[in-house]
Each structure stands twice: as C-alpha cells, then as structure tokens.
Design a binder for this molecule. Structure first.
Ligand SMILES: C[S@@+](CC[C@H](N)C(=O)[O-])C[C@H]1O[C@@H](n2cnc3c(N)ncnc32)[C@H](O)[C@@H]1O
Length: 242
C-alpha cells in the first residue's frame, strides 16, 4: 500500500454500516433479509472467476455471504472499516484464509487503480458498498471501466431505496441491456410515481444483462439491488505466454 495515503479508518458508527447495521442484521437476517440473502447466494454460486485470490470490499461481518464461500479461494483479503465487523468476519468457520488490508480503495479517484496494483491476480467482490459510498470522481461505472477492466470483479449494490412497497411477486430477475432505470423499476414496483433515493449505480457493468433483486431491509424500506460482473479476463501469466 502507498504509505502516503491515509489508511482505511475505523468506523463503528457509520451511515453505511456500523452498530446500527449489526443490530438490524441480528433482528432480520433469518427473517426479512433471508430471501435477499438467497438471491446473493445464487449470484455468488454463478460467479466462478478462475482466480485463487479474492479481495472483498465492504463484507461487514459476512451476513450476506453463504457458508463456505470464503473457502472457495486460497487467499482472501477483506477491506472493511468496521472493527466489530472484522472481528465477527474473522470468526466465521470459512475464514481460515482471511487477512485484512487497510487500503481505502473508495476514497480517491485512483483508489481502484491502487487496488488493482496491490492485487493484480485477484478476483474482486464489492459487497454492497458501491451504492453506499459516493464515487470520488465521475461515477462508479466510469471508475470501474477505467481501472478494473483487466480484473474479474463483481458487485452487488443498491440501485435505489424507497419506502414504497414493491409488487408482492417481484422475484429476482435478469434484465437485458435495453432496460432503462424506469422500466427496471416497473418490473418490481406497481405503476405510478414513487419517491426514491437514487444510489447512482444502475448498470455498473455497462451493457451486459444484469441481475436484480429486491431487499426488504426493514419493515418499511426496500432496496433494489443489482448484481453486475466483469467477465474473467485471462490471468496475466496466460496472457504473457500466448
Ligand atoms: C451496506 S453495508 C454491506 C455489508 C455486507 N456486505 C452485506 O451485504 O450485508 C456496507 C459495508 O461497507 C463498509 N464500508 C464503508 N466504507 C468502506 C470503504 N471505504 N472500504 C471498504 N468498506 C467500506 C461498511 O463498513 C459496511 O460494512
């Protein structure tokens, strides 16, 4: 890590996680959050990058990660500012190969480039963090395309959040790249105008079809979450030998 950069600072009280998130997880992870966690498990099962190393950004305590996921990789590096989350994550039964990094790859316009340099062979999973932290320049779509095009990366992230109740039958779906945010929302919410917060992360992986699921985070609040991934480019070694 570049020693001139401020390291990832500890945050126990934070709008993107912190103690409130742990309390919510305690209350809802086996109930309200379970259908969304099943969707995440499905996305992760379908994501099979040919990489031995995983970097996971914003895993919190791993509440959304299915049991055994961390053991799929020979080396796992987590970037997580919440000390309680790190403590809990390290105690998962699949965390035997886990280490932590203090690189803050989301704070500066070249943060993702720093991440790519520090972990050139790793698959990178952004674990519901890009819709929580504002892009330090342009938007996350542009920064990912510029700095991580050569990496196998995947992200699930909030696209919008709202207190408007979605359709009852809004199962997870894969939507083609001709959909706008409005038509995507119409797939999950009944017609009419809804008040929402736009997290500015729609179609992070560009023009490929992307997956969507609704996450009911609390009794009165729902998020539309997108799963996007950059196809696995050949590892640097294989490129060099061709
Ligand atoms: C909404 S929570 C998602 C937690 C978990 N991945 C999940 O899906 O349930 C966002 C997480 O990102 C973490 N985070 C916030 N800023 C970060 C940063 N600059 N680098 C890495 N993680 C960060 C927060 O501490 C929190 O754990």
């Amino acid at each position: 890590m570049d020693s001139d950069r401020p390291p990832l600072a500890d945050h126990l009280l934070s709008p993107t996680g912190g103690l409130v998130y742990h309390l919510r997880a305690l209350r809802h992870r086996h109930g309200l959050w379970a259908p969304f966690h099943r969707a995440v498990a499905g996305w992760l099962a379908g994501w099979q990058p040919r990489r031995r190393e995983l970097v996971i950004v914003g895993p919190n305590a791993g509440y959304a990660l299915p049991a055994g996921f961390l053991m799929r990789f020979e080396r796992v590096t987590a970037l997580e500012p919440d000390p309680l989350a790190r403590w809990l994550l390290a105690r998962r039964t699949d965390a035997g190969r886990l280490a932590f990094s203090r690189l803050d790859c989301l704070a500066t316009p070249d943060g993702l480039a720093q991440l790519a340099t520090a972990h050139p062979e790793a698959a990178i999973l952004f674990s519901n963090v890009l819709g929580q932290v504002a892009a330090p320049a342009e938007d996350w779509r542009a920064l990912l395309a510029r700095h991580l095009a050569g990496h196998a990366w995947a992200s699930y992230h909030d696209v919008i959040s709202t207190s408007a109740r979605p359709k009852p039958d809004g199962e997870p779906a894969i939507l083609a790249n001709d959909q706008t945010l409005e038509t995507t929302l119409a797939r999950f919410w009944p017609g009419g105008t809804i008040e929402l917060s736009d997290h500015e992360t729609f179609r992070l992986a560009g023009d490929r079809p992307q997956h969507y699921a609704v996450w009911q985070i609390s009794r009165q609040r729902w998020h539309l979450v997108e799963w996007a991934n950059n196809p696995d480019p050949p590892p640097a070694q294989a490129q060099a030998s061709t």
